[in-house]
Design a protein around this ligand. Sequence first.
Ligand SMILES: C[S@@+](CC[C@H](N)C(=O)[O-])C[C@H]1O[C@@H](n2cnc3c(N)ncnc32)[C@H](O)[C@@H]1O
Length: 254
Amino acid sequence: MTAAAMVAEFDDVAGWTADAVRQLGDRYAIPAACRGSASPTALAWLAEACELSAGMRLLDVGAGVGGPAAWAAERFGVSPILLEPMPAACRAAARLFGLPVVLADGRRIPLRTASIDVAWCLGVLCTVEDKAGLLSEIHRVLVPGGSLGLLVVVAQGKQLLRPPDGNHFPGQDELDALLGNVGFDVVEQIDRPAEVPRSWSRRAEEVAAMVEARHRAHRAYALAARQGRRLAGLFDGGHLSMQLIHATRQGRRG
Ligand SMILES: C[S@@+](CC[C@H](N)C(=O)[O-])C[C@H]1O[C@@H](n2cnc3c(N)ncnc32)[C@H](O)[C@@H]1O
């Protein structure tokens, strides 16, 4: 994952987002730090599906700026660990939420085997070519029977015109086969609920507007914005859909 546009989107914009939140206030942190993928409705579905409860070790792989994990800690009292390969995103998550953040690639997770109760991986699979490698590592660190919550952008057809740089959207059959081959049982899958409370989207939009006002002249801003436009165009054309999946690691809980 080295495309300059992806570094712009996931690293530069992550740092700028944390700066804007610092200025606007803590209430803005979680909506702004759910980087376009999750909403409170989607997170609530994943949290209930995975039966989150206080004290559980939740690993968020590709955590970005940390909004989803911070939301889960605040609402359910879980103990999150964030894993993210982009340095500025790691710093932003640590600054905004003070949660433990590991700077690492999800294909090489520096954690012990079967040391995690629940894993989330939200909006990440489509940015990784080696999806089996990423899912195998998550499988390794999860306890047997442990839950995996996924948010996946799924391709509806074979050929996508002008996908955002560095993205490889799986088809539904490919995704099903991947999960099964790696050793996950899919429990349930739904379309991501579209509804987002206005209070949430308004805060996310205010942060995005401040980032734009401050950085629109920067090349990284233009690259990240182009990624966003391409993605939105594919959704609008019905070529992509966003899916929430609850799967479990095969095997019995010890
Ligand atoms: C669309 S963002 C989603 C961020 C976060 N999960 C959220 O929902 O707010 C995708 C994230 O996946 C991360 N990512 C990309 N390749 C990765 C890899 N090989 N291992 C772990 N994370 C990766 C990116 O750096 C980026 O932060």
